[in-house]
Ligand binder design. Structure first.
Ligand SMILES: [Zn+2]
Length: 82
């Protein structure tokens, strides 16, 4: 039996699968990040969660020290009128 390294697998199983709101089957593979539906353009994060329309404002997009959730909370708190 030859020993197979994970990197030798030609077609690895997706780590996450889901269906877009438009019906397009989506799949996320190891090492991939955010991705957009090829059919309707809806963005999803690496876990297959639909990203909010204000995702581009999220500081986590350009600051690797900030997580998606932290970035979202920063944006959300900045939008509140307190
Ligand atoms: Zn779609």
């Amino acid at each position: 039996m030859p020993a197979f390294d994970e990197d030798d697998v030609i077609r690895p199983a997706p780590t996450t699968t889901w269906t877009c709101d438009c019906g397009q089957p989506m799949a996320r593979y190891r090492g991939e990040g955010d991705q957009a539906c090829p059919d309707c353009g809806q963005w999803f994060n690496a876990g297959g969660q639909r990203l909010r329309s204000d995702w581009a404002e999220n500081p986590s997009n350009y600051d690797e020290d900030i997580s998606d959730l932290e970035g979202y909370e920063m944006v959300a708190s900045g939008h509140e009128d307190l």
